[in-house]
Design a protein around this ligand. Structure first.
Ligand code: GDP
Ligand code: MG
Length: 167
């Protein structure tokens, strides 16, 4: 099994940390420069049962100028070509216009979207997770919902297992 996976989400939700943890080390191929219009390979992960190519998807945000519009189009092009999308959100942030905007863009792709609720290590009360899961799933038909901690490398295999189903 092999395939392409787009990792998307608002800034600071932990996309880079997730990729770092998946790959097991800090790697040079990972670039964090924003405002790049080209789609970039963040990393290639080779597992015994699957090879996953992770793509950064810059530009999924509300365009404020012509360049922004171009980037949104480029990002939408990427999303058409992947096998699955990981939508990363921060468990400690309220669902806001940023998330709403991204989900609106994802709808038209008709691709499986796996929701990764990140930074669950920061939740003081683990009971708080359920309403977050319920809230997000009321807003989009996710292929799966996986709570993770990218930083503490918690449940990343669970996330990969869900993604692998769509390769
Ligand atoms: P990106 O902008 O989506 O690529 O986000 P980054 O990966 O750069 O992470 C933004 C900040 O959140 C950094 O300070 C990370 O250390 C922190 N962070 C990322 N994942 C986690 C997590 O699972 N738990 C905690 N506590 N912090 C995290
Ligand atoms: Mg980043």
């Amino acid at each position: 099994k092999s395939g392409f996976v787009a990792v998307i989400g608002r800034p600071n939700v932990g996309k880079s940390t997730l990729i770092n943890s998946l790959i097991g080390q800090k790697i040079a191929i990972m670039s964090d420069k924003p405002q790049t219009t080209r789609n970039r390979i963040m990393c290639v992960l080779t597992k015994p049962d699957a090879q996953l190519v992770f793509l950064d998807t810059p530009g999924i945000h509300k365009p404020i100028d012509k360049l922004g519009e171009y980037m949104v189009k480029a990002a939408e092009g990427t999303l058409q070509e992947v096998d699955a999308i990981i939508f990363v959100v921060d468990a400690n942030e309220k669902f806001g216009p940023g998330e709403h905007y991204i989900l609106e863009r994802l709808k038209s792709t008709k691709k499986p979207v796996v929701l990764a609720i990140n930074k669950v290590d920061l939740l003081e009360d683990k009971e708080a997770l359920l309403p977050i899961i319920t809230n997000y799933n009321g807003k989009y038909d996710f292929a799966a919902t996986v709570p993770i901690s990218a930083l503490e490398e918690n449940n990343l295999e669970g996330l990969l297992d869900e993604v692998k189903k769509y390769l």
